[in-house]
Design a protein around this ligand. Structure first.
Ligand code: ADP
Ligand code: MG
Length: 267
């Protein structure tokens, strides 16, 4: 293994970010190695989406450093045309709300959009778009307008439009949120089959999703990194999961007069 293979895909060092009226991230440091599948866990408002936006080069650290393969991710670095386009091809992002990223007239146009932007040949665009439609099982939807699809179908179109570029890094914000259980299982299966050698970062508050696909977990709480390490250790640390609001404690009845409370996992 050469020195390059050891360079982290992403390196966060003391990262801070705040919105005009709200702090979002404070002193976050950790690295993501090539090929890792990281679950970014945390309650609502803990800073997951903000952190993903920084990794995706859609926002920039106001304190500390975010490095992609050793180079600092700055607005200036991405503004350079070649650097920006190359970064966008290598790092694919699927937002939480697919409506924010589906804007073409048909599913086919949606999936072909990225390849066209990359300036690939007509044959290559057709071939890769066809492959992506097949891979996500949405060929039958190719002439449909994306905005008329179901939530699960939209997610698969959004995934296809990103996977078609064969990115080395896949960033997913709550990929199963707002889907019914069957669509959730379907999206997880599709992801699982297509992760391959990719580096994947998934923001989720579902411990089930983390258990199924992550090898590493990073837990955010109030914009700070509460824990980071191998998935098994973190996902079995009840005290940590409870204190970061990933496990609920609530009361329920086990027969007459025996209400009591114990940690309870909601998926
Ligand atoms: N566009 C925004 N403008 C102002 N505040 C925001 C914005 N997006 C997120 N926030 C705030 O930043 C904090 C972190 O939010 P976010 O990164 O969306 O967390 P999560 O994805 O874990 O729910 C929260 O306090 C949230 O209210
Ligand atoms: Mg979020």
């Amino acid at each position: 293994m050469g020195v390059l293979a050891m360079t982290p895909v992403f390196e966060l060092e003391g990262v801070g970010f705040r919105y005009p009226n709200a702090p979002a991230l404070d002193g976050v440091s950790f690295s993501i190695a090539p090929g890792q599948c990281v679950a970014l866990l945390g309650a609502n408002g803990s800073g997951k989406s903000t952190l993903l936006r920084l990794l995706a080069g859609l926002a920039f650290a106001q304190a500390g450093h975010v490095r992609f393969q050793g180079g600092e991710l700055t607005e200036a670095a991405l503004a350079d045309d070649a650097g920006g386009l190359e970064f966008r091809r290598r790092v694919g992002v699927v937002f939480q709300n697919p409506d924010a990223q589906l804007f073409n007239a048909t599913v086919f146009d949606e999936v072909a959009f990225g390849p066209l932007q990359m300036g690939w040949s007509r044959e290559q665009v057709l071939e890769r778009t066809g492959e992506a439609l097949r891979a996500l099982d949405i060929e039958a939807l190719r002439e449909r307008p994306p905005y008329r699809l179901s939530g699960g179908e939209k997610k698969r179109v959004a995934l296809a439009s990103v996977l078609v570029l064969d990115p080395e890094v896949l960033i997913l914000d709550e990929p199963t949120a707002a889907l019914d259980p069957q669509s959730q299982a379907r999206v997880i299966d599709f992801l699982f089959e297509r992760l391959g050698e990719r580096t994947v970062i998934i923001a989720t508050h579902s411990l089930e999703v983390a258990r199924e696909i992550a090898d590493t977990c990073a837990v955010l709480s109030g914009g700070q990194l509460a824990a980071h390490g191998p998935a098994e250790g973190i996902l079995s640390d009840e005290a940590l999961l409870r204190s970061t609001h990933l496990l609920h404690v609530h009361r329920h009845r086990h027969g007459p007069g025996s209400a009591h409370s114990h940690p309870h996992q909601h998926s």
